[in-house]
Ligand binder design. Structure first.
Ligand code: PAF
Length: 279
């Protein structure tokens, strides 16, 4: 495994690799969710590159940029075990040199949900992902369904800017009790960790209602909200039953269109997101 600490090292190493290339962009603090993306990438590509970069531009002021978990030694060990060819760990001024002022913004699909709660978040995400695509020149790039809106936004950006990259969206990995794996789960104390299962319980209730024939958007959203409200440590920022492509709230789910149930919920100070895609 080669470690590139800046763009010029990365370009040199990348140029020496001849074959299909898969990129897994991450912010580190790697867990089994990341490992599942990397395993899929190693199955499908000759070489796999992983970036570890806590991207400041996708955090709003007052969010957890400073305390975001950083476990670089452990991450390197895991990546070595998984057979990754290149790990890229740039510094902030390597990605955002002095005077940086060029941003990519995606319109409609960044407006609702996370976009409404975290202004500027997706501008930071798509800009850094585009820079990583330019640097790695991957054939495929792997992202988790856990960040459902991010997946929609990145697919849009790839199409709109003609990147020759195939996005591969991989299923959410969950703990036995349903909690979606996330680096931010590390912030939860034992009591909050128990309460955090409420996201999966709420999504599962909406799925049950849907499977029992419920198609009204408001009813499905209320099902999720009432499960969250039953958990004293949880506070919903949003619950959504939206069109999986446009991310607009659905009045009713039409046959053939599918539905994305998604939510952001605060457990204490920790903000968790989760979703379920039904087609
Ligand atoms: O999903 C993430 O971890 C980040 O948003 C990403 C895609 C690595 C960009 O910083």
């Amino acid at each position: 495994m080669r470690i590139a600490r800046d763009l010029s090292e990365l370009r040199t190493i990348r140029a020496s690799l001849d074959g299909t290339f898969g990129l897994v962009p991450t912010m580190g603090a790697l867990h089994d969710g990341h490992a599942s993306l990397i395993r899929r990438a190693t199955k499908e590509c000759d070489y796999v590159g992983v970036s570890i970069f806590v991207n400041p531009s996708q955090f709003s002021p007052g969010e957890d940029l400073e305390k975001y978990p950083r476990t670089i030694r452990k991450d390197f060990e895991l990546l070595e075990e998984l057979g990754v060819a290149i790990v890229f760990t740039p510094k902030v001024d390597g990605m955002y040199p002095p005077g940086f002022q060029t941003w990519i913004s995606v319109d409609d699909v960044t407006v609702p949900l996370e976009g409404e709660c975290r202004p500027g978040h997706f501008r930071g995400v798509v800009t850094v992902v585009a820079k990583l695509f330019n640097a790695f020149q991957p054939d495929k790039a792997y992202f988790g369904q856990k960040d459902a809106q991010q997946a929609v936004v990145i697919r849009r950006m790839i199409k709109d800017l003609n990147f020759q990259v195939e996005p591969v969206i991989c299923p959410t990995v969950r703990e036995a009790d349903g909690l979606a794996l996330s680096s931010r789960n590390a912030y939860l104390n034992p009591e909050q960790r128990k309460a955090a299962t409420v996201l999966y319980r709420a999504l599962s209730s909406a799925r049950n209602s849907y499977e029992n024939g419920e198609r009204e958007g408001d009813v499905l959203r209320n099902v999720m909200r009432s499960v969250i409200d039953s958990e004293p440590l949880a506070e919903a920022e949003y619950v959504s039953a939206s069109d999986p492509e446009t991310l607009r709230e659905l009045q009713s789910v039409k046959s053939g269109s599918g539905v994305l149930f998604s939510m952001a919920v605060r457990i204490g100070k920790t903000r968790l997101i989760d979703n379920m895609l039904l087609s």
